[in-house]
Write a protein of this length. Sequence first.
Length: 591
Amino acid sequence: MNKLHLFRYFRKYSFLYLIAVLAMCAGTLLDQVVPLIVQHIVDDVLIAKRIEILNRLLLGILAIGVGRFVFQYTKEYLCDYAGSKIASEVRINLFRKIQSLSANFFDGINSGELMSRVKDDVDRIWDIAAFMGILMAEVLIRTVTTIFFLIRINWQLALIPILGMFASGLIAVLMEKQLDELYGNVAQEGSEMNNTAAENLAGVRTVKAFAREGFEIAKFHKHNQKFYELNIDLSRVFVRYNPIIQMITRGLSVISLLLGGLIVMKGNPLQGGVKMSVGELMAFLQYVSGMIWPMEMLGWLTNGFSSARASVKRLDKIYAETPDIKDKSALTEISEKDDSDFSGALFSPFDLNGDISFEHVTYKSGDRTILDDVSFSVKAGETLGVMGATGSGKTTLINLLKRMYDVSDGSIKLDGVDIRDLPLSTLRSAVSCVMQDIFLFSDTIEGNIRLGARETISTAQVRSALAQSHSAEFVDRMEEKENTVIGERGVGLSGGQKQRITIARALARKTPVLVLDDSTSALDTETEQEIQEVLSELKGMTKIIIAHRISAVRKADKIIVLDKGRVAECGTHEELLSLGGLYKETYDSQY
């Protein structure tokens, strides 16, 4: 799907909208009967003195009020229900679309902008689906029926409000053209402002540590001021056009009363001096008053539709994005044809052994080559150590292994199968990672450890993982132990404690492949050695350890040293020391 296709959502609830439109039409027609009853009250009761029909006329007005209430409630309830359902489905489908996009999409967009799309832009669609759409239909129906009754009473006099309606329509069109671009600018600046605030709040401790409060306030003020100026521009459009519409609507009543009064007193010269009755004039003025509401609504509805259209355009841009990482496995093709769940039956990640081979892998990001002709292999159950200077491509190896990105050239194989031919869910479930960028959700410690596998990881496994990662020694001191809720990104925990919990999360999954990307950098030497001993005791699991410390990789079955995206050295600890190259230099600097 490369567009929002909003009509598809409306079509799903078309039956509810049909009932709502019928209720709206019925209520509008009832409203149009009231001036006719008033006409009879004036002409037949007040002037002709037929008091006996007054009760029937008053009961008619009461019945119209009750019917109007029933139809109005039906319309409002059905539109609100359908609009809320549509907004809910649009929001979850948009979120699903965002989740399906590849990592490089998130490299080029900020979180504040995405939050604005998911919240603010979908809210504008809710406005249209819940009440603005039906209001536009009501404006149209009310206008057409009012013009019919005006012409029925006096078609020459009806030309005045009809011309006023056309004038208001032209003004609304002019206003919409100016509002369309302005709403796009307002939404974009709102996204920038939201992103600035979100980024500041996420890094508030860094801001305070570097005494950057003043700079951040000035930065936010700049976006806030721009947002304010754009909204003032919107207000200027309304201020320019709305008074004209107000003047037209107020003038209609005055002109209609003046000319209608002359026709009542002296007759219509265009109809041979035929006079209107006082009741007809009262009914005519009520119909003119009924036209004022649709005319005044045009400006507000134009505003809402312009805002919603700008939102749809921004959402279409997200839907137009296609993921670079596509699941091309046979399992995916079968699943698309059949709703059956094949995942555990055909390609369970736990059926994989963990043989990994990189074959002439090259990866480029734009014009920059990050990995260049990298080749190595790791047998199931072995441990691979990866070392290299910052920026040498160590973390990129793992991102490619998990298919966060696809190789530019060459191939990566797991158990002899190109990972591009494996289901993404199977591949990523087979590899547990402890990455440099530690992320813990606002959840319990147990919830964070069971992330992505809540149904399969037991509490006993959580406790075991906590013990293996040496997290139990501080978790057990907490009042609720593993049920303790930690804040966003692990607020309240030290760097080492967060790192140990992420290690516990990886260990609890017991996957065929375990990756640790500089995962003990925040630990003291003693704790690091204890965790290294635990890792060395893990059997039947292929381990890839990326580190800057020799101590983290020296016991590995094989160690590779990356330099500027290429494998510069490969061998065991002793073999690399004897080479006297980069590894030996690192060893000498650390020992």
